[in-house]
Write a protein that binds this ligand. Structure first.
Ligand code: FAD
Length: 348
């Protein structure tokens, strides 16, 4: 059988593009050795419309949100798992100036659907040390990416559509019509290896970035926090008494493993916030596939017309991913053109 596409990498990006192509009836084969170093299994998966110290709306969020909601709802139904939690984010404000800036923003009609100045603190009031005041972000959510990509992988496995090995670039044979990799022959190839794509010889000229992030999973007995709290770090409800705590962010690093320094930083920040005890259960690290101009990498190889890339989801994969996977899918199927802001030809 000749597959319509071979996808290399099955993190969030590879999962999305595989699914999008399958939705159009294409037969797709995937190569991924496992998610051991995947950013997708370390991420909190937040979709956060309002970020940074100046409370700026995330790039194109109004367009991204409906597509993301539609895709995650479709997956929940198809895979029979819960992955999408529409949690609000309580945002700590540390002084009068921050509070004034927040209130001023809530009056802007472009921002008012996403920002509240009245905050329901729920159980946070009893268990945390308050800052100066709070604002609340709406239209935010948390997506369990790890749960999603594991369930999608199980399905690929059942269908015999995945090779659980690392793709060896030197073993790819390219003819005018097809891409041959081991026993798989495909009409197209799409690379989606996250930060590991910096080693991809076919896209070696792209300015890959990379930022190391570390996170903890902690048990906070009796907390029952029903929303996300951002008070320097994020506290994200995960399951029962368990919370995701993160993250650190480093643009330079020697390796992608968790460090004692990262663990201590996150533990200390959490201890600054909580009035009640907590227990660290797990600590993970990964490299986020960031790009200097903070725009995804979508496009086609300059020489091989059916070789594509889907990368650069950076720190915002859950909100960016579904919209841009759909966009790339339409480009691959020649029913759409690429937006110049995300097209890798912007670097030539
Ligand atoms: C601590 C932390 C917190 C984060 N928080 C958030 C958040 O709150 N919200 C958000 O949207 N994003 C967040 N992110 C970022 C998010 O993880 C990414 O945007 C997204 O998951 C990237 O997906 P990806 O598929 O491009 O890369 P990855 O998830 O890294 O997946 C790449 C896949 O490619 C495979 N691969 C690599 N090389 C090869 C090869 N040679 N052959 C075959 N397969 C290969 C890997 O095994 C892996 O499965 C966070 C990341 C970290 C580390």
């Amino acid at each position: 059988m000749i597959y319509d596409a071979l996808v290399v990498g099955q993190g969030l990006a590879g999962t999305l593009i595989t699914w999008m192509l399958q939705q159009k009836g294409l037969h797709v084969y995937v190569v991924d050795p496992g998610h051991e170093r995947a950013s997708s299994t370390v991420a909190a998966g937040l979709m956060n419309p309002i970020t940074g110290r100046r409370y700026v709306k995330s790039w194109r969020f109004d367009d991204l949100l409906p597509v993301a909601q539609q895709v995650y709802a479709a997956w929940e139904k198809e895979l029979g798992i819960k992955i999408y939690y529409d949690y609000g984010i309580i945002r700590s404000l540390f002084n009068r100036r921050e509070e004034n800036d927040w209130i001023a923003r809530t009056g802007d009609p472009n921002y008012s659907p996403y920002m509240l100045d009245q905050v329901d603190l729920s159980t946070y009031a009893d268990h945390t040390i308050p800052p100066f005041s709070y604002g609340e972000v709406q239209g935010s959510a948390q997506v369990h990416i790890g749960r999603l990509i594991r369930a999608f992988r199980d399905r690929l496995r059942e269908e015999g559509r995945i090779s659980e090995t690392a793709f060896v670039y030197q073993n790819l044979e390219i003819t005018s019509e097809t891409y041959q990799y081991e026993n798989c022959q495909a009409r197209r190839i799409i690379f989606a290896e996250g930060a590991a794509a910096a080693q991809n010889p076919y896209f070696a000229d792209l300015p890959f970035g990379g930022a190391k992030g570390q996170a903890l999973w902690v048990r906070i007995p009796g907390a029952s926090f029903p929303k996300i709290l951002k008070q320097r770090i994020f506290i994200v409800p995960w399951s029962d008494d368990i919370y995701w705590i993160g993250s650190t962010n480093a643009n330079t690093y020697d390796h992608d493993l968790p460090t004692q320094e990262g663990r201590t930083y996150l533990q200390d920040r959490l201890a600054d916030i909580l009035k009640i005890p907590f227990e660290v259960l797990d600590h993970k690290a990964a490299i986020k596939p960031t790009v200097n101009d903070r725009r995804p990498f979508l496009g086609v190889h300059p020489k091989w017309q059916n070789m594509f890339i889907f990368n650069g989801l950076g720190t915002k994969g859950t909100s960016l991913g579904p919209y841009w996977a759909k966009h790339l899918r339409d480009f691959i199927l020649k029913i759409g053109t690429l937006d110049s802001e995300v097209d890798i030809s912007r670097f030539t």
